[in-house]
Structures are given as C-alpha cells and as structure tokens.
Design a protein around this ligand. Structure first.
Ligand code: SF4
Length: 410
C-alpha cells in the first residue's frame, strides 16, 4: 500500500513540475512515506535525522515532508525532524497538483513497473485488531467509486499492463457509495477485454464470502493466489487479537477455497509471542500450520514492548514455524516439477506463475511478457524453470488440470 501511495505522490509531484533528483543530495523536496506497522520501520525514519540535518546545511532551500502511516505518538518527535507532517489523505492539497475534494487515491500513479500496476480500491480499516495501528494511522474504511476504479484499469490495460494488483487493508469489505461490493467489482474488472492477470491484497477471514470464492473460481483472469492472514492457531489468542473468527472458521474457508480452486497458492501472516501466548497456545499454531500446509507465511515476532513471552522465546517460536513452512512450501512446490506453466517475466532472469510462485529462469526472457515455462526443479521459496519457445507451448496443462493430477488436499 505504501509503495502504491508513493507512486501516486510521485505523479502529483510530476504534475506540479517537479523533476526527480538524481540522488537525495540534489533534492529540493524530500517526501518520506512512512509505515508504522513495525517499530523497526519507525526507527528507520528516526534514523534519517542526521542525514536530513546535513542536507539542510548544504541546501537551505530543502523542504522535507513526512506522510503515510504516522501515529500521533510519533508525530511530536517527528516534528523536530521534518518541516511538515501531512496525513496521506491530504497530501494532494499540500502538493497542490490535483483537484480538491477528491481522494488522493483518485490521482493517477507514476507506476514504477511497466507491466505490473497497483490499483488501490479502498483504504483504512474498521476492524481494530488489538495489535494494529492502521485504523489510527489511516483512519476508517473508505472505498473508491467503482466507476473510477474501472476507468483507471481500462486505461492501464490499454497501455499494455499485464498485471493488476488491487490493494486495500481489507479488500473484502470494499463497498462503494452505490453498494457495489468486492465480488461484483472483481467481475466487472474481469470483463474488461484484454489478456491480463488480476490479484488482490489483503483479505480478512471474517469478510471472506462464498460469493468471492465463486467469482475467483470462475474468472480465469483472477490469479489462483490468496493471502489470508490467520495470525494465530489458537482461539483464545484470536479473541485477544480481536480478529472476530475462530480457527475452525478459518480452516473452513481454506477447504472451500481449495475445493473450488485446487491450484490455489495460499500465504498467511502469523504473529508469535502475542502477550500471554502460552506454549500450549503456540502449539495450536504449529498444528494449524502443519494442517494447512501454507505456501508462504510472513511470521512476525510480537512488538519489542516487554511482555511475558521473552525475546528469546519469540525468536525460537518463529524459527519453529519457519521450519514447518519450509517443509510444506517445498512439498507444495515439488508438485510443479514437470509442469508447463504460464508465467510473467519480472526480471530478465526471474518470472512468476499465475499463482505467484517465483521461478528462476534457466535462460533470459523478455521483461514484462507472458511466457510458457517448463518447471524443472523446486526449492522451498522458488521454482526453477526453462522458458519455452512458442513451438513448445502446445501441451501446457492448465493449473486446474495440474492440481487435479497432483491430488492437492482440500
Ligand atoms: S484488519 Fe488488518 S488493517 Fe485492519 S486492524 Fe486488523 S490487521 Fe489492521
């Protein structure tokens, strides 16, 4: 989301006739787009102090702005480092490059990629998970009008983009002023003519509907990839986190998704060492991880604030989960060996499958193109694949057929 916001800020600056400086030393304006999700990210912004002081000495005209997710508790101290602190919602008014009364999300973006485009559809959150700063830093949910999203995507597709990544803190609760909800929006995007992939980040289990699963299963342009944060495998901890679902409900969603979309690649977020998490409660998370067999998990150790789970214990718990993940991710990836898959080239030596598996290419391919690829080997975090010539493409099995053949458990 922050990367996407930065792309929109970059466009606003360009429209206001700013040019990008070759390096930070030559800048007259520096906009820092901050993330508060982890303390380490906040500390990095504090760490800019010395650099900015030196830059100002050399260039008294330099203006510095801090925006993004900034907590009130950080604002006071940050005031000493930056000339101005601006809510991301008001950044357009500050830069003065866009019509007033429109969300900054409505501004065009200066995409950093020539084939992959982030499109925010909503921002903010109403969920107040007990560990999360988003509702305080970004405010309550706001959904962009669907007509505006559609026309932006139509323009992007016309420019030749191959991948549309829809963004929001909780895309499943998207609902615009006319009542259009997320599955309907997805269907409309899917109906835009062209050869492109659609994916979305991120989803909350409590809002993950059967209708959404149906739309995903029946829309070939939607990538068979789902990031669904579980956070813990223990119901008491989930309650303390204010997540509003149980482990059983989470598992039910995963089995429905796997039944309808056997080729799905599933990733998750997990927090270890949530205050009060006992060894027994942690054991439930291990159990869940072994059961679900995630393809990827982003495992965070709960904040540096002191609690009854020691730093050492949190580190150990994260290592244990990583070990389980490495095993299940490798097993899942090994099922790809021997398949021919469609892939998007993201660097000359790297591509990704429609289900978001990274592939190291055995020979260079043209950046930003769809290719066919023969998977020859698999590691836990990536596949190894050989790009095929057009003449070798005839026998590409669909992901669906491949998944059926491999009898992926649901
Ligand atoms: S749903 Fe996500 S963004 Fe919203 S409060 Fe919970 S963790 Fe934060």
């Amino acid at each position: 989301m922050n990367e996407s916001d930065s792309e929109r800020i970059a466009h606003m600056l360009k429209s206001a006739n700013y040019k990008s400086a070759p390096n930070i030393d030559g800048a007259d304006l520096i906009v820092v787009n901050m993330c508060s999700v982890r303390q380490s990210a906040v500390n990095r912004v504090y760490g800019l102090n010395k650099k900015l002081v030196n830059l100002k000495k050399n260039n008294p005209k330099l203006k510095t702005i801090l925006t993004g997710c900034v907590l009130n508790s950080d604002k006071q101290k940050m005031k000493k480092i930056f000339d101005q602190i601006v809510n991301i919602q008001n950044i357009d008014k500050l830069i003065n490059a866009h019509q007033v009364n429109k969300s900054y999300l409505s501004c065009p973006a200066l995409f950093s990629s020539s084939f992959s485009a982030y499109v925010p559809i909503m921002t903010g959150c109403n969920n107040f998970c007990s560990y999360c700063v988003v509702p305080y830093a970004r405010g309550r949910e706001y959904s962009r009008p669907s007509s505006e999203i559609i026309s932006e995507i139509q323009g992007i597709i016309k420019k030749g983009y191959l991948e549309i990544i829809l963004l929001g803190q909780n895309v499943n609760s998207y609902k615009d002023k006319n009542g259009q909800h997320f599955p309907e929006l997805l269907k409309t995007i899917h109906n835009i003519p062209g050869d492109f992939w659609i994916s979305f980040l991120t989803s909350h289990p409590k809002d993950f509907s059967d209708e959404l699963i149906e739309v995903m299963a029946n829309s070939p342009k939607i990538c068979p990839y789902l990031h669904l944060a579980v956070q813990s495998g223990n119901n008491q901890i989930l309650k303390k986190m204010n997540r509003n679902y149980t482990v059983e409900q989470y598992q039910k969603i995963i089995s429905k998704v796997r039944k309808k979309i056997p080729q799905i690649n599933i990733s998750t977020d997990i927090i270890v060492g949530f205050p009060g998490e006992t060894k027994k409660q942690f054991a439930n998370t291990k159990k869940l991880m072994r059961k679900i067999k995630f393809d990827m998990a982003y495992i965070a150790q709960y904040s540096p604030r002191p609690n009854n789970v020691s730093f050492k214990e949190k580190k150990e718990r994260a290592l244990v989960l990583n070990k389980i993940l490495k095993k299940t991710a490798l097993q899942n990836n090994q099922k790809y060996i021997g398949r021919k898959v469609e892939a998007l080239v993201i660097t000359p030596s790297q591509a990704k499958t429609k289900s978001f598996k990274k592939i190291r290419l055995t020979k260079p391919a043209v950046l930003g193109t769809f290719i066919s690829c023969q998977i020859t080997d698999a590691q836990a975090w990536r596949l190894i694949g050989h790009p095929l010539d057009a003449t070798q493409n005839d026998n590409i099995n669909s992901d669906q057929q491949n998944a059926k053949r491999d009898n992926i458990p649901v």
